[in-house]
Design a protein around this ligand. Structure first.
Ligand code: FPP
Length: 240
């Protein structure tokens, strides 16, 4: 790909929405106040995707490690996810957004899983933007769950050990229908990927921005995409 050309548009952007807690604390408010503000940003960033050429948006809403937070914060986040789905379902569907969830649903409340299943179902024919929300997601956990399913397939003879390779293994990941992310953005100034999309982000470009997630505007999103367009991706090779 040439530097800065249109073909360098980031088709799939993954975001680690970090900094909600600090944003709230700076205002003397409880952490959940920051998560609520963060959920409003999700709406705005998603709305900006079609005209920015972003077809796939994948957001990290709750990690397998986030259960270590206080019971109050965990419960508050779970309620926020429920409310978000109920409140946004119609709007998402009307705007042609196809919603998917990744992560292990086993530990989530049935009431939430039912809402997630239903939103996936009602939006399954949409194709304007593909929004993937990671809840109880961890990259290592995903690979371990994939390995388990793969082992069952080998045991039952559906897959031969010699058929396990870089093409067949991703079919067992939660993201099996998605392209790999072109760009991974993390807000709040932390420069790490915290167990997000470990397999899928092997060749993603990373953009770490200092802004806290509730302050991250569509204009900043556009700037990140512009920085991406100016990078030369080599995928281990040599640029043409
Ligand atoms: C990280 O910030 C953020 C989270 C663990 C939650 C992300 C959730 C949202 C943005 C809510 C909306 C999402 C949806 C899909 C409705 P942090 O709390 O770790 O911030 P800190 O590092 O400043 O403490």
């Amino acid at each position: 790909m040439t530097k800065g050309s249109l073909v360098d548009a980031a088709r799939h952007v993954a975001i680690i929405m970090d900094g909600n807690g600090r944003w709230a604390q700076k205002r003397g408010k409880p952490r959940l106040f920051g998560h609520h503000a963060g959920s409003k940003r999700v709406r705005e960033i998603l709305q900006s995707c079609p005209h920015l050429g972003v077809k796939y948006l994948t957001i990290f809403a709750f990690s397998t490690e986030n259960w270590r937070r206080t019971q109050e914060e965990v419960a508050g986040l779970m309620t926020l996810f429920r409310r978000y789905i109920i409140r946004e379902a119609e709007n998402l569907n009307n705007n042609g957004v196809r919603v998917r969830f990744i992560g292990d649903r086993m530990r989530l409340a049935t009431s939430l899983v039912d809402l997630m299943d239903n939103l996936e179902m009602i939006t399954r024919d949409n194709d304007i933007v593909h929004l993937t929300i990671a809840i109880n997601y961890g990259g290592r956990d995903e690979v371990a769950r994939a390995a388990q399913r793969l082992a069952y397939d080998v045991k039952s003879g559906r897959l031969l050990p010699k058929e396990i390779n870089e093409k067949t293994l991703p079919r067992y990941l939660d993201t099996y229908v998605l392209p790999d992310p072109d760009l991974l953005i993390r807000t709040s100034g932390e420069a790490r990927i915290s167990n997000f999309l470990l397999w899928q982000a092997a060749y993603s470009e990373y953009d770490f921005v200092d802004t806290l997630w509730p302050d991250f505007t569509p204009a900043m999103f556009e700037e990140a995409l512009a920085r991406f367009a100016n990078r030369t991706r080599r995928f281990g090779g040599i640029p043409a």
